[in-house]
Design a binder for this molecule. Sequence first.
Ligand code: SF4
Ligand code: SF4
Length: 243
Amino acid sequence: MQKVGDWPVLNLGDRFQFACHKGLSCFTQCCQKLEVMLTPYDILRLKNALNISSDRFLEKYTETVFSERLEIPLVKLKKIDNRCPFLSSEGCKIYKDRPSVCRLYPLGRGFSNQGKEVYFLIKEKECLGFEGSRKWTVASWVKAQGIEDYDKYNKGFSEIILLKAQSRPHGFSLKEARMFFMACYNLDAFKEFVFKSSFLKKFDLSPKRMEKIKKKEPLLLQLAFDWLKFALFGKPTLRIKSA
Ligand code: SF4
Ligand code: SF4
């Protein structure tokens, strides 16, 4: 059986029983233990929910870890006093914008060694949710957690991880790792790079697309992924202006 860490990998049709609610004695215990890895779209949602810049968010609430397996920098929520900084006695203070890891729990989602996305069930003894009678499949749980936008806007990130595993197994140079970090995690810095460097003189981007990007940040994130695919993997996701 294929596993991620200790947990068996599940298919979308696999079933489990689960019901989590406020009256349980384990309520919020998971939030004290969970390692919350953040995706680029998680960071976008959280910095906007907190009304701070991505720079400030990264500095105050996160730490960067280097994944030896994927050979890329990843970002996770920094615990304060050994617990999630957004946890209160009433539950999650940023529930509407909670990260995808928290939405999916008790499912986990990771990448296989081939860079393919896989689901697994985190069945902790202390989690009383598994005593609940509500039945789910992996697919119905994912749908119920409002993860659609997260998947839509993180798609380019998953594709980059897959490209990295397939075509660049030996890691990025320091310069490339910095480009990856800025484009994926520090969106305000990427925005400055796009609008205040020679980026728009170099790349052929339609005024219509740029207008939309100015109004909708997730579209800026998609441009960031297109740039990484072009610059790091030679994909035709952007076009250089002809002289
Ligand atoms: S049931 Fe599980 S997921 Fe829900 S609060 Fe308890 S430990 Fe957390
Ligand atoms: S962000 Fe919210 S749901 Fe996620 S671990 Fe923190 S308190 Fe819990």
